[in-house]
Design a protein around this ligand. Sequence first.
Ligand code: 8YV
Length: 327
Amino acid sequence: SSTRLKVVLTRRLPDAVETRMRELFDAELNLKDIPMDRAALLAAMQRADVLVPTITDQIDAGLIITAGEQLKMIANFGAGVDHIDIDAAVARQIIVTNTPGVLTEDTADLAMSLILAVSRRIVEGAQVMAEGRFEGWTPTWMCGRKLWGKRLGIVGMGRIGQALARRARASGMQVHYHNRKAVSPRIEEELGATYWDDLDTMLSRMDVISLNCPATKETHHLLDARRVALLQPHALLINTARGELIDETALAEAVSRRSLAGVGLDVFENEPKVHLGLVGHPNVVLLPHLGSATLEARQDMGDRVIANIMTVQNGHRPPDRVIPAMF
Ligand code: 8YV
């Protein structure tokens, strides 16, 4: 088509992605790479045909309603879209897209890494070495917990949950899951996965719990104080999905009471802030939202964003359109 869309990026993206964006669109880069404040975001939404935000942008209903008529599309760089008010966007007939699929394996790798790190005390061990405190092997020192034969409960059996299930199976874990509905019998069989309709019961029976569902109104504080208390004292809790899924205060209290054995978190309720009650425990491994942080995934995410915008520029339906019914 003859008219190139005005595309405003809120953050720096991989070089090759930005170069391609400038070739295909009237692209405006945020060279400073400082997250835009609300006023800057609103101004960007008023001059853009397409906004390309990331998780560090809160695109709430107020912004969407005040944005000009020009904004046609919000092409999110990332899979999770909980920072965008989808209902408000759809009401204004603004197309929202995300980048699913391309970060599945990397995020599942990170979830498996956290399971291994917490169960085998990897960060604690590395700390011993970094501080020169290794005084020699002993039969009883620094023992973690075996994964082979243990029960992993996956909350949210979408792409990432399934990719994690495959990894856990390779480590000899028994896979269990809770989802809004059971996945197809074929996938259940392939993953050797057992469906639990009742989340509470599953939480109370597992050795490891991994959260792999989106943050929505329904899943906000899915693990509240009551549900955190259902976990067994030897259980590990892993979250690579969204911080909002866990009541961090309740979790910090459970950690200090030692009512669960270990925690691995890549995401937090108020990023980049972390609840101080979770910091400084040898059995709590914290990572700075690294789930999709590989060069390859970030390039692929950028390519998905471009593919989505291209289809809209050409007057077609984008492949990764997000609609409210998905949640
Ligand atoms: C990104 C993510 O780091 O895709 C997601 O949902 O959380 C991560 O891949 C971030 O969202 C990019 O905006």
